[in-house]
Design a protein around this ligand. Sequence first.
Ligand SMILES: *Cc1c(COP(=O)(O)O)cnc(C)c1O
Length: 513
Amino acid sequence: MSDATPPAPGPDRPREEGLVAGGAHGPGRLRALTAIVLDTLEDAAPARGGPLPAGGPEAVARNTLARFDPVLPEEGIGPESALGDLVRAVAEGAADPADPACVAHLHCPPLAVAVAADLAGAALNPSMDSWDQAPAAGVIEEATTAALARLIHPTALAPDALITSGGTESNLVALLLARERATPGTLRVVTGSNAHHSVHRAAWMLGLPAPVVVACRDGRIDPAALDDALAALAGAPLLVVATAGTTDEGRIDPLPEIARVAERHAARLHVDAAYGGPLLFSERLAPLLAGLEHAASVTFDLHKLGWQPVAAGVLAVADAGMLAPLSLRADYLNADDDTEAGLPDLLGRSIRTTRRPDALKMAVTFRALGRRGLGGLVEHCVRTAQEFGRAVDARPGLRRRPGDIGISTVLFRPAAADALPDEAGDAVVAAVRRTLLAEGRAVLGRALAEDGDGRRRLWLKATLLHPDAATADLLPLLDLVTAAADRAAADHAAAEAPAAEDTDAPLAERLSP
Ligand SMILES: *Cc1c(COP(=O)(O)O)cnc(C)c1O
C-alpha cells in the first residue's frame, strides 16, 4: 500500500478504541479522517462552481444548515459522516481565496505547506503559555520570533517579537506598551485618517482618549499636519501610529518624514505594517519600507501577504525591554522556583493564556521557501497588481483610481458610474459588487477613496494576494464588472424613468441595499 492511500479501517486499527489525534496511534486515525476531509474538499470546489456560493446569504444559510441539523443530536452520527457533511457545507459555501476572482480583502489563500504544518500543530496541541505544555514548540516560537525581530529591526541591539492573533491584537499590545510607560492617564495617540479601525478600538479598550486624527494626502499621512497635531499636544507622552500598507488602498505612509517629526516631538512611533510588512522579504521591495527601523514597535501579519492560515500575527519591538509590562506570575504556569530552576517563562509573551503554536507553520514556511522564495511571492503579487492596473486602464468601460497602485491593491470603478451624479454613481458601484456576490461570480471589495478631483467616491477594490495566479486569470473579473455595471446603470435609468413598466423587478430587488 502506498503512502498516499488512506488505510482502510480494519481489525488492526480499532478506531472505536481510540479518539485522540496524538500519540502513536493518533496519526493513523487522523490519516483516515484526513482522507475524508481532502476528498470532500476536492469535490466541493467544482460543486460550488465559483469563488463563492451563488444565491446570497439566505440561500447559503439554508443550504448550510440543512447539512447539520440538528447541530447537537442526542446520538452522534460518527466522525466520517459528521466530517463529510460539515466539510462539504463549509467548502461548498466558502468564499475561497484560492479562486482568482476572490479578491475583496487581505484574505490570502494559505500555502499548502503552511496548512500541513498547522495540522501537526493541531494534532500535538502545544499551548504556548508554559514550558511544560510546549517544550519544543516554545523553542520554535522563540527562534522564529527572533528571526522576525531581526528582519524587522535589523540594526537594533536587542529586538524582539511576539506572536499575536493578528494586526488587531498587535496594535492593541503596541498601544498598551506605550500606555504603560507613560504616567497613568496621560498618553495621547496620534494617527492618520487612513489608520485601521483597530487603532481606535485599542485606544477605547485601553481607556485612552480617542486618537487625534491627522489629515492624509493621497491616502498617506501628511507630515506637516502631523507636526501641527503633535505641537498642539506638547507636554503629553505621545504615540504616533503610522501605517505601512493601508487596508483600503495599500498606501505606505512617508515613514522617514514621520519618524523625523515624531522624534522632534519626542513621540514614540508605532508602524502598523499588517499588510506591507512582508515587503521586507523582497530585496527589491524592502526599500519601500525605509524608515521602519525608527519604529519602536511594528505590527506585521503573516496571514495576509504571508500566506499563512489564520492566525499568524506578529508584534515586533526594537528593544526587548519594552515587553516588561507583559510579564506576569501565575504559580501554576511559571512559579518563581520553576523559573529559577531553568524552566523558560512563556507567560509574558502574550496577553493571551492558552495559545496555538502559530509559529510552527511560519517556521516551516520560512525554511521551505527561504527569504528569497517568500520575497518572490510578494513580488509576484505586486507585479500582478501593476499588470491588472494596466488592464483596467486599457478598458474603455472602466476607470482606475488616479495615482499609483498601493502594494497589491487596485481601485477602479465602471465608467457607467462616472456618468451619474456622485451618489447614484456610488450606488452603481455598490450594486455591481453585491450583484457579483449574489451570483457567486466574484468577491470584490469596496473602498471610499479620494478621486482625482479631490472628492471621495466609492471604488471596487481588488486586493491581489494570490501567490501564483497569473494576470490572465484575473482578467475575466473585468468582463464581469463591465457587464454587471451596464445592468446596474440600466436599472438605475429604469428606476428614474417616469412611468416604468415593472419588467425588471427581480434585478431591481437584487440591487436594493
Ligand atoms: C488587517 C489589518 C489590521 C487588522 O489585522 P487582523 O489580522 O485582521 O487583526 C490592522 N491594520 C491593518 C493596516 C490591516 O490591514
